[in-house]
Design a binder for this molecule. Sequence first.
Ligand code: GRG
Length: 277
Amino acid sequence: MDRLIPKGDGPETRVFEAMRYSALAGGKRLRPFLVLSSADLFGVERSNSIRVAAAVEMVHTYSLIHDDLPAMDDDDLRRGLPTCHKKFDEATAILAGDGLLTLAFEVISGEATHSNARVRIELALEMAKAIGGQGMVGGQMLDLVAEDREFDVPEITRLQRMKTGALIAYSCQAGAILGNATEHQHHLLLAYAHDLGLSFQIVDDLLDVEGDAEEMGKATNKDAEAGKATYVSLLGVERAKEQAAILADQAIKHLEVFEEKGNFLRDLADFVVKRRK
Ligand code: GRG
């Protein structure tokens, strides 16, 4: 991302500074790890998969910048640093998010991502589907609706599948597209990603209740303050923990066919349940 996000050299430099500030601030890099590990299953060149991994992290960073805005979650701290709009200003933060989203598609569509234009188009098309109104953006809309109306477990599951699950699923799907996977392999990776995404979200809800704000680099207890139903408020802490572990185990089971090549993805499912941030 350091190489792909320009430093800028005109009066518009401020937007690049804001894009770089948020994208290079760290974070777990979970989604890029999924892209690289999924692509590795099929022996994809790292010079190709790393570009898709960077694009996915740019999209994720855009979603965090916009999610932190006063009109959405209104957060002051992200990844242990002032949020983009606090460091810069609201208008710049909106543009930085837009800039990262747009750059992600530029990177995916670039020839260096794959020599076959059909593969690049499929990568871009599936990305657009995952993060638009029927994916992440739609999920974020449901999240806002959930502030005024109590959602039940199936509704929360749909919300989370769209809001966070779709980009996680795309991260695995991208590896399969780059690697020209069979339909069966593609299906198994998606099944892994769906279970992993839900487990990730349940742990996120648990960390919002039990996590340490300093260790996590962001505010906690946000869901309860906003009066939002979560897996923890609906299931209770113990059942939510059980569900997260069951889903991670289930995710790992989908990887059997990849034998030891799937070990990084297996370890990631363990990490998702045990993480502290
Ligand atoms: C604004 C269009 C738009 C979408 C926002 C994903 C999202 C949708 C908002 C993020 C809000 C949030 C805190 C969701 C909970 C799960 C989640 C995505 C947590 C942050 O992801 P991590 O834990 O963050 O992977 P790092 O910093 O490690 O990359």
